[in-house]
Design a protein. Structure first.
Ligand SMILES: [Zn+2]
Length: 452
């Protein structure tokens, strides 16, 4: 499951304070530095000449999310803690073009190549500057005579690498950027698709995926979604140096599916960092409801949804997910591939064996991406939707077999992950209470609005 790697210590405490004081529902707080580490080249001392012929190596990636309209949010910037005083530097930004190296940029700027060599030799971080990518931005400050005075480069979303040149005396430092979060809410009602409802609520597609991933063990987002389903969430917005940066973590959410509310709250303490239901049950389960990436499916109302298969006269012992060719199909749970093959009837197909004598089967792939004997993790892509074998159109045929008996994966009771207990449960109850209060307020308001 995709999961944000950002640490947010103490967020619930802040949130609790903000809820206790309704005048200050929105809070801002500082985040610790993100745990993104720079990949440092091994043994490339003085490697700048060599770097010219080396292809650019992928640096740690930072997810780039679209920026929603600021007018939809509330931004109490007035009570924000003062950020660092902006430096009065006229930075000249230079964007790295495809195929360009740092020495190419230095030549273009008229800077000394010998100086660049010295900069790269300064330390591990500056050495890493040989690994730049197209689109990266370098910023320079010049002396009156046009020499390089300062240079900075964003190592990740929270840090600059800053290089000073004091008349030939070089030094480098890491500069922490000021990142703060505020808590906000969003809600929506689905009338055609989850993604459309999300967009109308001011959420990015990535955020909607995060929301769906929280509930992906309980709700089949391909077959179960109906018009009138609703969601409401409390989440973080991140600001960097006072400017909106991106959406942060979902702190709590409700998804009302066919009239039934599912609720989840983020909880982090000690080794635990996950979403839990209000009673302390982990939202994770041994099997995903829908074993495919529904992002690829444009309509949330799958025409084959009323096809529960097990009840038909001539038993069709699985579920069909109509989906575009190429849609990634996931292993529904952790297991081992016991078959990855082609047959006239099933086309390209994969069988996975799981704990508790459960086998899941996936038919009609365009392409298989796993081999027999391979171990797979829940959510790992094992192939892509197609129409190979006896299939009328592109779809995934999915079967769930327990002890050799076909079961309906949508209704079969599934083994559960350990719930919170003892002190952890007590801590969770205390921390989740204000968030759940906030959600239930939104739920009632949303119901009320729909009656008008
Ligand atoms: Zn089928």
């Amino acid at each position: 499951m995709p999961k944000s790697t950002m640490e947010t210590p103490g967020f619930i405490k802040n949130l609790q304070q903000s809820i206790d004081d309704p005048q200050h529902w929105l809070t801002r707080r500082k985040l610790a530095a993100f745990g993104v580490t720079l990949i440092v080249a091994g043994g490339v001392i003085g490697g700048f000449e060599r770097s010219r012929s080396e292809p650019a190596i992928q640096a740690p990636t930072v997810v780039d999310l679209p920026v929603p309209d600021r007018s939809t949010g509330t931004h109490p910037l007035d009570d924000a803690p003062p950020g660092p005083v902006p430096e009065a530097i006229a930075w000249e930004p230079v964007k790295v073009r495809s195929g360009q190296t740092l020495d190419g940029i230095f030549r273009e700027q008229g800077f000394s190549i010998a100086r660049l060599h010295d900069i790269l030799a300064l330390n591990g971080e500056t050495q890493g500057l040989t690994r730049i990518r197209p689109g990266d931005v370098f910023e320079f400050e010049r002396t009156d005579s046009g020499e390089l005075k300062k240079m900075r480069y964003a190592l990740d979303e929270a840090r600059f690498l800053l290089v000073h040149n004091n008349a030939g005396q070089l030094s480098a430092e890491l500069q922490q950027r000021d990142i703060s979060a505020e808590t906000t809410t969003a809600e929506g009602v689905i009338d055609s698709s989850l993604f459309l409802a999300g967009k109308q609520a001011g959420l990015s597609d990535a955020m909607i995926m995060n929301l769906a991933n929280i509930f992906g063990w309980d709700i089949d987002f391909v077959l179960d979604i109906r018009e009138g389903d609703r969601f409401m969430l409390v989440y973080e917005k991140l600001y960097r140096d006072g400017e909106y940066l991106r959406e942060g973590r979902i702190l709590a959410a409700t998804f009302v599916n066919q009239g039934e509310p599912y609720r989840a709250v983020w909880f982090e303490e000690g080794e635990v960092a996950d979403y839990f239901a209000p009673d302390g049950r982990n939202m994770r389960k041994a099997f995903l409801r829908a074993p495919l990436n529904f992002r690829y499916i444009s309509s949330n109302f799958n025409p084959r949804r009323m096809h529960p298969v097990l009840k038909r006269v001539r038993p069709h012992r699985g579920i069909d997910y109509k989906a575009p060719r190429g849609t990634p199909v996931y292993a529904a749970g952790d297991g081992t591939v016991i078959r990855s093959a082609y047959s006239k009837a099933n086309g390209h197909h994969v069988f996975v064996k799981h704990a508790n004598s459960i086998v899941t089967k996936y038919l009609h792939f365009t392409k298989r991406t796993v081999k027999k004997g391979q171990k797979v993790k829940q959510g790992q892509t094992i192939g892509t939707v197609g129409s190979t074998g006896m299939a009328s159109g592109a779809h995934l045929h999915y079967e769930f077999v327990v002890n050799g008996v076909h079961r309906n994966p949508r209704t079969v009771p599934l083994p559960k992950v350990q719930p919170l207990k003892g002190e952890l449960l007590a801590a969770f109850r205390a921390k989740s209470a204000p968030l759940l209060t906030q959600l239930s307020r939104m739920e009632s308001a949303s119901l009320y609005a729909r009656r008008d």
